[in-house]
Design a protein around this ligand. Structure first.
Ligand code: AMP
Length: 596
């Protein structure tokens, strides 16, 4: 397939906001494709080169891309920068600049497979001289590209492809292109994706053999499963009502979610909630897991938290965060701040997948296969049937260092719902009923120059939440407190990969920061309460026309949510729930203990 044809499709996709139309355009694009070419088109359309869990990154910052654009178009780099600032889109600017330029080689058109291979080469360039190599490859491609091709090529490279093709839309299109487009077919396609976390793989399977082809996509040790997620309810009585009066409640450990894959032989592999491989940070768990599990292969899930070696008490999460990036003195850290993994689920035990079992059967299986040890333990659990016992359990969980509880349905149908947020699991954190003590995960989209002691660096940041329905990042606060000097000093480096010249695509705000950032870095924030704001756009109009949500007295908790991507940030829907939850606190005390 010609790359020009793909670019033309992206242009059409960009022009339509309608999901159905997008689905049709994409289905038409994918239908004739098979094998590696199909896989590559699917990844490219997602804006990635490989399934995200493989962590293949292009590593091209905006500044490098500008250099290539300048070289290919003959414009000065400063000119490229100026124009990009005005257009807000390096892709468009490239397109315009190339329009007046005679193409070096217009006779051999770019092919999708060739472009993909070159992009892989860009990603593969590592170490000394790699920056030059990346620029060189990109420049050469741009010299051969038409202006329209260049628009999308550049956008892909700087990570703002944004033709609006989200995973869910691609799943829709695959269902239409290679199956009958029905709801049932869609559920099967999505199910295969949730188990494999690999859209390219799902695409080639369904293209080759229709829905039957998906049967071959099961759990695979070493390939992360998209995690099951929890909903929330404002009171424990409502939590229980959702679960028809009976639920298993478990401590909600505040740490890092870990999905551990144990192959038949060889070391375990650990994946984060974002499906990133994190085993290197936890040699102690890699050592302890094989001894603690009675069967192989196995896939188990739990929360990893720091433990005080003297008191055996759970420590604040920040202690685990210290393990990031500290490769050389990991040995010392693991002695000073050991971690324990509190297991709460099992997806595969021996050769039998268990994710399809109802929760009581999975828990029984987990208990049967785990030999608890200091490092590997089971999540504390109890079955409750009334709100008073649930409240007592909550107090116990918090006293033990948890941040709340997770209630789990025991009902038929309570299988492990990979990739889904639903009421089969409901999280309930402390103090929902006494003010806004629940934290918010906000994504940085802007920075403000500091003053006084903070002069010369950023002193505050503009934060957004995620609106999944519209795929936008509306802002909700400006936060400057809670950062210590070291954290403030490292912010520019953390934000550098996301630097943007103008309001990044998808960001919505009435505030003008000194610098813009594409959504990427997620911070955990606490605040006193949610109020309505004329300048912030989160949940615009949800409560009152023209008003969005704003967080009063926001404060960084000190926790970088590196385990969350921008679309894992708190959602506008969650803000609305929290906003309503605050109003509930005015209900008479004891209301939450009303029998379900
Ligand atoms: P949140 O990250 O606030 O959406 O809360 C859900 C998260 O709680 C899960 O992704 C887990 O990382 C964590 N968690 C802690 N303890 C448990 C538990 N017992 N069961 C399920 N999830 C838990």
């Amino acid at each position: 397939m010609r790359f020009a044809d793909l670019a033309a499709v992206y242009e059409r996709l960009e022009a339509t906001p309608k999901r159905l139309e997008m689905r049709a355009i994409l289905a038409e694009l994918l239908r004739p494709l098979r094998g590696p070419e199909l896989e590559e088109v699917v990844y490219l359309s997602q804006g990635v080169l490989r399934p995200e869990y493989e962590g293949v990154e292009l590593g091209v910052a905006d500044s490098l891309a500008r250099r290539a654009v300048a070289a290919a178009s003959g414009a000065e780099e400063a000119e490229v920068g100026r124009r990009t600032k005005a257009s807000g889109d390096l892709g468009r600017t490239t397109e315009e600049l190339l329009r007046g330029v005679r193409r070096l080689d217009a006779t051999t058109p770019l092919e999708v497979r060739g472009v993909y291979a070159e992009l892989r080469a860009i990603a593969g360039a590592q170490g000394e001289g790699s920056q030059e190599e990346k620029v060189r490859i990109l420049t050469e491609m741009l010299r051969r590209a038409s202006p329209l091709e260049a628009r999308f090529l550049v956008r892909f490279v700087v990570g703002t492809l944004r033709v609006g093709v989200r995973e869910m839309t691609i799943l829709d299109a695959l269902t239409v292109a290679f199956a009958d487009g029905s709801k049932e077919a869609r559920a099967k396609v999505e199910g295969a994706f949730n188990l494999s976390s690999d859209l390219g793989r799902v695409a080639t399977a369904v293209a080759a053999d229709g829905l039957d082809g998906l049967a071959g996509i099961g759990l695979e040790v070493g390939r992360p499963v998209r995690p099951m997620l929890a909903e929330r309810e404002p009171t424990l009585a409502e939590v229980l009502a959702r679960m028809d009066g009976t639920a298993a409640v478990e401590y909600k450990y505040d740490g890092l979610r870990v999905q551990a894959h144990l192959p038949v032989s060889g070391p375990p592999r650990l994946f984060s909630r974002r499906l990133e491989e994190i085993g290197a940070q936890f040699p102690d768990l890699l050592e302890a897991l094989p001894r603690a599990l009675r069967v192989r292969p196995a896939i188990v899930e739990g929360e990893c938290v720091p433990i005080d070696p003297d008191t055996d008490e759970i420590q604040p999460f920040q202690e685990v965060a210290h393990r990031r990036g500290r490769k050389h003195d990991l040995d010392r850290v693991r002695e000073e701040i050991p971690v324990s993994l509190f297991l709460f689920d099992v997806l595969l035990a021996g050769d039998t997948p268990t994710y399809g079992l109802d929760f009581p059967a999975r828990r029984a299986k987990l208990e049967a296969i785990v030999r608890p040890s200091e490092r590997i333990r089971l999540a504390t659990q109890k079955v409750v049937t009334d709100a008073a016992s649930a409240t007592a359990f909550l107090d116990e969980a918090i006293a033990a260092g948890g941040e709340g509880l997770v209630a789990k349905s025991l009902a038929p149908g309570s299988s492990y719902r990979a990739g889904a947020r639903g009421f089969w699991w409901i999280k309930y954190k402390r103090d929902y009923t006494t003010g806004l003590t629940d934290s918010i995960d906000g994504v940085v989209v802007g920075g403000f120059h500091g003053r006084g002691r903070r002069a010369g660096r950023f002193g505050a940041f503009l934060l957004a939440v995620y609106d999944p329905d519209r795929d936008r990042f509306p802002t909700f606060c400006k936060v400057g407190s809670g950062f210590d000097d070291a954290q403030l000093a490292e912010m520019p480096k953390r934000l550098a990969p996301f630097a943007a010249d103008a309001t990044p695509p998808g960001v919505e705000t009435g505030v003008a920061p000194d610098a813009w950032f594409r959504p990427g870095l997620v911070l955990e924030i606490r605040g006193a309460e949610l109020t309505l704001s004329p300048v912030h756009r989160a949940g615009l109009g949800a409560v009152r026309e023209g008003a969005g949500f704003a967080l009063r007295f926001p404060r960084f908790t000190g926790r970088f949510r590196d385990d969350k991507g921008p679309t894992d940030a708190t959602t506008t829907g969650e803000l609305l729930t929290m906003y309503r939850g605050q109003i509930r606190q005015e209900a008479p005390k004891g209301d939450e203990e009303r029998p379900a």
